[in-house]
Design a protein around this ligand. Structure first.
Ligand code: HEC
Length: 140
């Protein structure tokens, strides 16, 4: 009986791991990686370490982890004004990416949220799409 429940547990773990990775397909990740390199790495660096006090890090950034759902809007509209990341204040302008399609922005989100937080963040496509629609309707 005990062995059976252990087996069941092991099976559930494998199953959970599978469905989690299915949330983020390899295709989205590799497209996101390419787009990150083209549109983000100049500033945030390929390893997400940022640049001194000018560009905040993405690597293990508390801001990113705490505001994962703001990422789609941030990529589309950019950012301005003071922002605290890992205890340091940044205050430079990040340009928006008006030319990227919704799908491209979602791919970048997937890649960034898998690669840089201490623990990968998997959000549903619907939540990210909704966040993107909302930021468009506010029109900022
Ligand atoms: C021209 C340089 C530049 C580019 C290109 C750029 N950023 Fe930024 N990014 C910044 C700056 C500067 C800030 C801080 C903005 C502020 O102070 O309001 C920032 C802030 C952020 C933040 C929130 C703070 C943090 O570190 O968690 C995230 C997330 C982010 N950028 C992701 C991206 C992604 C993804 C891309 C590519 C689509 C990108 N950025 C492209 C300069 C840039």
């Amino acid at each position: 009986m005990r062995i059976l429940s252990l087996l069941a547990l092991a099976f559930m773990c494998v199953f959970a791991a599978c469905s989690d990775s299915e949330l983020v397909s390899m295709k989205q990740l590799s497209s996101g990686a390419k787009l990150y390199e083209q549109h983000c790495s100049n500033c945030h660096q390929a390893d997400g370490s940022g640049l001194a006090l000018l560009i905040p890090p993405l690597q293990q950034a508390d801001y990113l982890t705490n505001n994962a759902l703001l990422l789609p809007c941030l990529i589309r509209n950019g950012a301005a004004g003071a922002m605290e990341v890992n205890g340091k204040i940044y205050n430079q302008k990040m340009p928006g990416n008006a030319k990227l399609s919704d799908a491209e922005i979602l791919d970048i989100c997937r890649f960034v949220l898998q690669k840089f937080p201490e623990k990968p963040i998997s959000l549903e496509d619907e939540s990210l799409t909704l966040a993107l629609q909302k930021c468009d309707s506010v029109g900022n």
